[in-house]
Design a protein around this ligand. Structure first.
Ligand SMILES: [Zn+2]
Ligand SMILES: [Zn+2]
Length: 351
């Protein structure tokens, strides 16, 4: 790798300052470090970044004839610190800054099926690495007072005649009266970079909308992962607060009359249901949503809505005629008794 290539690798113009080189290296490390970047090219890229960094740093040190300085927060990595002679063409790995713990808080959107089943899920996203040195604010206070407001925190607002006509908060120190020095670790940005994360989590079955899951992300100590569960709307199912699952399903009225089998969707796949013309509501035990995390499943209630044509065809009319004519209302049936009552009443009225 030549010097020009090294500058290009770090995304810098030739002749960038020591400060710029360090900042670029830090930014790229936080992006490409294999601990944080799962892509297959991360390791190779990381090596190239380190080679470039080492090369440029050696060049600058030779220019300044200055003693070598550690770039940033040297981590205890004995193997990485065995510096090889520059002429050997080998590369030495600069010390890695220790990664601060990840504190990730985000939404977890689940379909009802996913929430009912639980299990392993891979979460991907971007994580903003907050600067530890300045706690994310991008500056530290100097012991000296703020210059524009002389440490008062307020600045006089002058009117047209030049008289002080009130005060406003000093924009330089935001009112605390102390001079601010840009944080060197993050160049005043408050963050060290953004990286992609990929975390596998094991979810319990039966997560509900609005729940918060507090999980450890695993890996580096101190990582925290907080997930706010959001259940997506489902095209068929409605989950009641008590855990009962509902579905309203239109069915063919003639098939319902004929007590036929039909397909019903459930959270766990399609199922066969025997229609029964005496019933509109069907209760499928154990086919609902888990009552509690990892617990038994509640009921699943299917309300069927038998649909009949608004207009019968001529053929259907004839079939219905035959159907009606085939009806025999035997003595003792409600209709037979009703017809008897009406006949007696008619005779009385006529008499
Ligand atoms: Zn900082
Ligand atoms: Zn001030």
């Amino acid at each position: 790798m030549g010097t020009d290539d090294a500058y290009a690798e770090l995304g810098l113009a030739a002749g960038a300052s020591d400060h710029e080189i360090k900042a670029a290296w830090r930014r790229l490390v936080s992006q490409w470090h294999p601990d944080r970047n799962a892509s297959p090219q991360a390791l190779v890229r990381m090596q190239r970044i380190n080679t470039a960094f080492e090369l440029l740093r050696q060049g600058l040190e030779a220019d300044d004839a200055a003693p070598p300085a550690a770039p940033a927060q040297p981590a205890p990595q004995p193997a990485a610190r065995s510096a090889k002679p520059a002429s050997g063409g080998g590369w030495t790995q600069p010390p890695q800054p220790p990664r601060p713990p990840w504190h990730i808080e985000r939404k977890l959107k689940l379909t009802l099926e996913q929430a009912a089943a639980g299990g392993r899920m891979v979460l991907r996203g971007r994580h903003v690495e907050r600067c530890v040195a300045c706690e994310g604010v991008g500056f530290r206070h100097s012991p000296r007072p703020c210059e524009p407001c002389h440490g008062v925190g307020r600045i006089g607002r002058r009117n047209f005649f030049g008289w002080v006509a009130g005060f406003e908060t000093c924009g330089e120190c935001q009112g605390d009266g102390l001079a601010r020095l840009a944080c060197e670790a993050c160049d005043g940005q408050g963050e060290l970079g953004r990286c992609r994360y990929e975390i596998a989590v094991d979810l319990p079955a039966g997560l509900r909308d609005g729940e918060t899951l507090d999980l450890s992300a695993g890996g580096t100590q101190g990582d925290r992962l907080k997930l706010h569960v959001v259940l997506r709307e489902h095209p068929f199912f409605r989950l009641e607060a008590d855990g009962t699952l509902h579905c309203e399903m239109p069915v063919d009225g003639f098939l319902w009359m004929a007590n036929r089998w039909t397909d019903v969707p459930t959270l766990y796949g399609p199922q066969q249901l025997r229609l029964d013309r005496r019933h509109l509501r069907y209760r499928l035990r154990g086919q609902g949503f888990p009552k509690e995390h990892g617990g038994a499943r509640g009921h699943y209630i299917v309300d069927v809505k038998p649909l009949f044509p608004a207009q019968f065809t001529r053929e259907q009319e004839q079939l219905i005629e035959r159907l009606a004519a085939s009806q025999r209302h035997a003595p003792g049936t409600p209709l037979h008794e009703w017809q008897g009552k009406v006949a007696r009443w008619k005779a009385k009225v006529a008499g």
